[in-house]
Design a protein around this ligand. Structure first.
Ligand code: KG4
Ligand code: ZN
Length: 341
């Protein structure tokens, strides 16, 4: 029997320190050390994030290897997030991966974080039926830093066909939540309150942007002005209407996303559709995508919650496909906070 391909993945692009082991495409372990410290600042503080990564990286990697029961000398390669992300955060993962590769005398593989989010769909789980997207498919990648529509031709062949011209969808969620006095990250909280609210209670403008690009900054400002005006009339406005406000905000963000995805599907004639990234955990988006299966004959792919937000299993699976393709990098590689897809 052939030797298994075992990839150690490292992710440290923002505020999660994560390490995972993927063996022949199957997840064996995936450890995520989240950083609570940013909650009180209303957003990720880069300096604090890199310091926390430094503290977390060794225990997180140790735990991922221990849980996997793989021996260090069985690891075939180390895959790490090269970018995009925060420079100080990326540097911790990149330096760790390079040193680990050097110490074990194994190859290292640089991974684009956005590729990772997309290829998370290909992670196999023990005992679970696996139904990954078929090529070519469209992937709406929505996170705290990015909003993209990507035409995925093959595991390592992508065309970016649309992206945000200003804020990301996750930012729109988080900044609206901040306006409502919620802690960071507010996206999951908006989702939570929206479940009991009326999505049509309040109307916010939907931006007109050419082609397949997105814009969220106008929506963010209109929500801010709306809340400020309402609070002047009634200081208890947020408290009394929280569910409806959240449902209306979520409705607008999801509508902007789905309208463009629908347009992309029409233009490319592709009905194989996936979502990825932190915002793909949003129940409003997940429900709308499922509806599109019925109304638009889409074949949709929604990642499990554990692979929506940042994790190293998605980096390891991308590393696995790059390994199969003999795509390794040199020890001279550096982090690239602005890496493009
Ligand atoms: O992919 P991710 O973990 O990190 C980045 O690469 O940015 O995405 C984080 C983003 C945050 O903006 C967070 O608020 C958002 O994903 N998010 C959600 C939900 N869960 C996470 N937004 C809306 N609804 C959710 N359930
Ligand atoms: Zn991400």
């Amino acid at each position: 029997m052939d030797k298994p391909i075992i990839i150690l993945g490292i992710e440290s692009s923002c505020d999660d320190t994560s390490a995972a082991i993927i063996k022949d495409g199957k997840k064996i372990s995936n450890i995520i050390g989240s950083q609570k410290i940013h909650e009180k600042y209303g957003g990720v503080v880069p300096e604090l994030a890199s310091r926390a990564h430094l503290q977390n990286i060794i225990p997180v990697v140790n735990q991922a290897i221990k849980e996997s029961r793989v021996k260090k000398n069985q690891i075939s390669a180390v895959a790490f997030t090269r970018g995009p992300g925060l420079l100080g955060s990326l540097l911790v993962g990149v330096s760790f991966a390079k040193s680990f590769g050097l110490a074990l005398n194994i190859p290292i593989i640089d991974v684009n974080h956005m590729h990772g989010h997309i290829l998370a769909h290909f992670i196999k789980e023990n005992d679970q039926k696996h139904n990954p997207p078929k090529f070519p498919f469209l992937c709406l990648t929505v996170s705290g830093g990015h909003t993209q529509i990507v035409k995925v031709n093959d595991y390592l062949d992508f065309d970016l066909i649309g992206e945000t011209i200003d804020d990301a969808a996750g930012e729109a969620f988080d900044k609206s939540a901040k306006t409502l006095g919620m802690k960071y990250p507010g996206g999951p909280l908006i989702d939570k309150y929206a479940i009991n609210g009326n999505p049509h209670a309040f109307k916010f403008g939907i931006p007109k942007v050419d082609g397949l690009n997105f814009s969220f900054s106008g929506l963010k400002t209109s929500i801010l002005y709306f809340i400020q005006k309402k609070l002047k009339e009634n200081p208890k406005f947020i408290k009394q209407n929280l569910d409806d406000i959240c449902a209306s905000i979520q409705f607008s963000i999801v509508k902007i996303l789905i309208d463009k995805l629908e347009k992309a599907s029409e233009q490319t004639q592709i009905k194989e559709i996936a979502i990825a990234g932190g915002v793909s955990a949003n129940s409003g988006l997940r429900n709308r995508i499922k509806q599109m299966e019925k109304t638009h004959n889409w074949n949709t792919h929604i990642p499990p919650f554990s692979y929506c937000t940042d994790n190293a299993a998605m980096i390891a699976i991308t590393g696995y496909y790059k390994y199969l393709n003999n795509e390794f990098c040199s020890q001279k590689i550096t982090a690239n906070p602005r890496l493009y897809i």
